[in-house]
Write a protein that binds this ligand. Structure first.
Ligand code: AMO
Length: 442
């Protein structure tokens, strides 16, 4: 019999159907055996009644067995119906079960509160839980929303290289790769140079590459490999045009999640984020004054980011806040210095529910100034000759942003550690499995 998706069973009340999927849960209740069956479209309760020809098979089947089930779609008595739940008003009376693939007994209760290492060590299994499935469906919706919003604004998607000859970010740890002819190459820390070059080609571009950072500190916000949602746009007035575009992208990302997964915020004990008509903007020095910290500091510490977000929520009803005008010393060579505020840049970070999720700003577009800025940061312009061609041959005023997809996902879903919002996280201590802890990686 043709397969019916579990999410569509409601339209087949009274009919006998075949479903295919996994055993989410098996519950033995005396003479009855209950199952929750799961496929890509949903979950349904199945019941094997006493005397059913499926009873013998049902006794052998455990969680995560892959099965084909023939059953009759019954309407549940009203007192047993679960209002508001998909398939809450139906139950599948199991008539026959075929095992397509057995499963070992599970090493632990997958839905229990697992410690993070256990959860991460067993991702092929733990990702199958409602939590795991929801996080990565939401992540797919976030990317979808990002793409849609930018395409609407005339941006073209491009693919950035992962193997590069040097580091654009200056300071970000790089991973070295053995390349041909005894040369060293690096894993890209960002698509920065390429997206700027592409402004000279297509004017408005975006890309969503994996980028690589050798982060030696084990924190709840740092990954060695993350997905960077980048865009870059030409013909801007200044960094505020970039901020306006970023706001539109963020609205699109949140809207896509809210429309396609309206229940997900409750599942993670949170709410859709507050985005007022205009996200509040403060200069770094204003933020420091609000927080009562020295304006000599070149950046905000994590606890300051948290406190500033609390301020933005209280004063402006916003889960987001922009911080602009970081000092020249703190930003990469390509950042545009504000003529009206010397020593400070037309750059910004966007903070979301306590942490920085995006950096961006206006870029230097004048060839001579760019070469000078490189030298001032101790970089050799010769090494950037390839990139500099874009500026030799006519580059409009431009700017853009880079956003950490995993950080955005984690804040949206109230996940304390960015690793929970990363499908297969790589960090100081882990590539899929924990690395030896006998020696410090170098
Ligand atoms: P930056 O280095 O600030 O800027 O990175 C931009 C955003 O990327 C995310 N991020 C990370 N996420 C997880 N683990 C990490 N180790 C990590 N490092 C950074 C953060 C951060 O806000 N080229 C510029 C962007 C630009 O100006 O367009 C850049 O890469 O969310």
């Amino acid at each position: 019999m043709e397969r019916t998706l579990i999410g569509e069973l409601g339209a087949h009340k009274g009919e006998t159907v075949t479903i295919k999927g996994w055993v989410d849960v098996r519950r033995d209740q005396g003479k009855l055996v209950f199952f929750d069956f799961r496929d890509r479209s949903g979950v349904v309760q199945g019941v094997v009644l006493p005397g059913s020809p499926a009873m013998e098979a049902a006794k052998e089947i455990r969680n995560e067995f892959v099965v084909e089930v023939e059953g009759k779609v019954n309407t549940r008595p009203e007192k047993n119906a679960q209002a508001g739940k998909v398939n809450g008003d139906i139950e599948l009376e199991v008539l026959g079960i075929t095992v397509l693939s057995p499963a070992d007994s599970l090493p632990f209760e997958v839905d229990a509160e697992l410690n993070l290492d256990t959860y991460l060590n067993n991702l092929p299994l733990t990702l199958r839980t409602e939590k795991g499935r929801s996080i990565f469906r939401v992540q797919a919706a976030i990317i979808e929303g990002y793409r849609k919003a930018l395409r609407t604004l005339g941006f073209t998607e491009f693919q950035a290289p992962a193997l590069v000859g040097g580091d654009a970010e200056g300071g970000a740890g790089t991973f070295t790769v053995d390349y041909y002819y005894d040369q060293k190459a690096f894993l890209a820390t960002s698509p920065q140079l390429y997206k700027q070059i592409m402004v000279g080609v297509l004017e408005r571009v975006f890309t969503t590459p994996k980028v690589f950072r050798g982060e030696k500190s084990a924190t709840t916000r740092h990954l060695s490999e993350y997905s960077s949602l980048d865009f870059e746009m030409g013909f801007i007035k200044d960094h505020t045009d970039v901020m306006t575009t970023l706001e539109a992208a963020v609205r699109g990302m949140v809207a896509q999640v809210t429309e396609t997964h309206p229940q997900v915020y409750a599942l993670f004990g949170t709410e859709a984020p507050l985005i007022p008509e205009k996200i509040p903007v403060v200069k770094l020095r204003e933020a420091q004054q609000i927080l009562g910290v020295s304006t000599d500091e070149p950046d905000l510490e994590p606890e300051h980011e948290r406190a500033l977000c609390e301020w933005a929520k209280k004063e402006h009803g916003s889960d987001f806040v922009f911080v602009t005008h970081y000092p020249v010393s703190k930003r990469p060579f390509y950042t545009y210095e504000d003529e009206q505020d010397p020593g400070f840049t037309k750059s910004f970070d966007l903070l979301f529910r306590g942490i920085e999720i995006t950096s961006g700003g206006q870029r230097v577009h004048n060839y001579e100034v760019l070469v000078e800025k490189m030298r001032a940061k101790g970089l050799d312009p010769e090494k950037f000759a390839f990139y500099l061609q874009a500026f030799k041959y006519g580059m409009p005023p431009h700017g853009g942003i880079g956003m950490g997809l995993e950080r955005f996902t984690a804040r949206l879903l109230n996940l304390p550690n960015v690793k929970e919002a990363t499908l297969f996280p790589r960090d100081l201590n882990r590539i899929d499995v924990l690395l030896s802890t006998d020696e410090t990686p170098n």
